[in-house]
Design a protein around this ligand. Structure first.
Ligand SMILES: Cc1cc2nc3c(=O)[nH]c(=O)nc-3n(C[C@H](O)[C@H](O)[C@H](O)COP(=O)(O)OP(=O)(O)OC[C@H]3O[C@@H](n4cnc5c(N)ncnc54)[C@H](O)[C@@H]3O)c2cc1C
Length: 303
C-alpha cells in the first residue's frame, strides 16, 4: 500500500501532529510520501520523499492551491490512501480532494485493523469498521490516535514543487481562543473529573483529592460543557495536552480525544466502575470502584 500524507504548518511552524501522519503510515507498514506547503528551514524529520511547496508564496491555507498540489502529487505517486489530520485544515481540504478524485472519504479515523478504518460514532460510544470500495481513499485521522512513541528522526529527500496561487477563498487570519488563567501543562499532579462523577455538586470531592495531593483539577469535555468545571480545566484534543507525573482520572471513560491530551502522563490511575472502560488501555492502575466512595476514602487516608 502507498500512502500520501499531507503535512500541516501554522504560523511559520510545522505542527507536531504531522508526525501522527507518519505514525499512521508506520502502523500500516505502508510506503509513504509526504506533501507539505511549508518552509524549507522547518521540514518534518522522516525517511522518505517530501514534496515541499513554499508557504511564503502559496499561503499556509489556500484551499484551491493546496487541493491542486495534492492532486498533482496524486497523479505522480498514485497512492492508495491520501491522509490528512482531522483539523480545520483537513476538514476543509480532504472533501475537496475526495470529490475531485471521486474517492471514498472517511473522517476522524482512530484505528486501522484488518483492512478496516475504525471511526467513532455516537459521541464515541460506538465504533464503526469501514472498508472503502474505491481505488483511492481519502481519510482524516484523529490527532493523538497514531502519535509515534519515538522522537522524530530521519531526513527526507525533498522535491520542491509550486502551484497556482489563485483562489476563490481568501484566508483572513487565525483567531486564538481566549487565553484563560489555568496552565495545566505545568502541573505535576492532575486529578480529573469525568462524567462518572454524576453532577456538579460532586466536583468538590474530586477537588479535595487534588488539593490534598497539591495538584490541579482537570475535567473531561462533558464536565466542562455542562459547566460543572470551567472550560480552562479541560484536558484533551480541544482542551489542554498534559504530561504530569501523576494523572488520576475519576469517572473518565477514556475516549480517544481525552487520551490524546493525557496519555503521555508518567503514571496514570483510573477510577471507574467499568473494568473494560477504554481508559484501561493507558492506565498503570485501574481501580474498579465508585468514585463517590473511593475518592473520599483515599482523600481521608491521605489526611
Ligand atoms: C471533535 C471532538 C473533540 C473532543 N475533545 C475532547 C476533549 O478535548 N476532551 C475530552 O475529554 N473529550 C473530548 N471529546 C469528547 C469525547 O469524545 C468523549 O465524549 C468524552 O471524553 C467523554 O467524557 P467522559 O469520559 O467524562 O464521559 P463518559 O464517556 O460518559 O464516561 C463516563 C465514565 O464514567 C464511568 N462511571 C460512571 N459512573 C461512575 C462512578 N460512579 N464511579 C466511577 N466511574 C463511573 C463510566 O463507566 C464511564 O467510563 C471530543 C469529542 C469530539 C467529537
Amino acid at each position: 500500500m502507498k500512502i500520501l500524507l499531507v503535512g500541516e504548518y501554522r504560523e511559520n511552524k510545522l505542527l507536531d501532529v504531522t508526525y501522527d501522519l507518519i505514525g499512521f503510515a508506520d502502523k500500516l507498514e505502508a510506503d509513504k510520501v509526504m506533501l507539505a506547503v511549508g518552509y524549507e528551514e522547518d521540514i518534518p524529520k522522516f525517511d522518505g520523499k517530501l514534496y515541499l511547496a513554499d508557504a511564503n508564496t502559496l499561503g499556509e491555507y489556500n484551499p484551491s492551491a493546496h487541493k491542486q498540489l495534492v492532486l498533482d502529487v496524486v497523479k505522480k505517486e498514485n497512492p492508495d490512501l491520501i491522509v490528512f489530520i482531522h483539523s480545520s485544515f483537513g476538514w476543509d481540504l480532504a472533501p475537496r480532494v475526495a470529490t475531485s478524485l471521486k474517492a471514498t472519504q472517511f473522517t476522524e479515523v482512530i484505528d486501522y485493523k484488518e483492512n478496516s478504518f475504525i471511526v467513532p460514532s455516537c459521541n464515541s460510544k460506538l465504533r464503526r469498521d469501514l472498508k472503502s470500495k474505491t481505488d483511492k481513499t481519502v481519510i482524516t485521522i484523529q490527532a493523538g490516535a497514531f502519535t509515534p512513541i519515538d522522537e522524530p528522526s530521519g531526513s527526507p529527500e525533498v522535491e520542491n514543487i509550486s502551484g497556482d496561487t489563485a483562489s476563490n477563498v481568501n484566508f483572513v487570519a487565525y483567531e486564538e481562543a481566549e487565553a484563560k488563567g489555568l496552565d495545566l501543562t505545568k502541573a505535576e499532579i492532575i486529578v480529573t473529573a469525568g462524567r462518572g462523577v454524576g453532577k456538579k455538586d460532586n466536583i468538590p470531592i474530586i477537588q479535595a483529592l487534588a488539593d490534598k495531593l497539591g495538584g490541579e483539577l482537570g475535567a473531561s469535555r462533558p464536565v466542562a460543557d455542562n459547566a460543572w468545571v470551567d472550560q480552562s480545566h479541560q484536558v484533551g484534543t480541544t482542551g489542554q495536552t498534559v504530561s504530569p507525573k501523576l494523572y488520576i482520572a475519576c469517572g473518565v471513560s477514556g475516549a480517544i480525544q481525552h487520551l490524546a491530551g493525557m496519555k503521555k502522563s508518567e503514571f496514570i490511575v483510573a477510577v471507574n466502575t467499568d473494568k473494560d472502560a477504554p481508559i484501561n488501555e493507558v492506565a498503570d492502575i485501574l481501580v474498579v470502584a465508585d468514585v463517590l466512595q473511593f475518592v473520599p476514602a483515599l482523600t481521608s487516608k491521605l489526611s
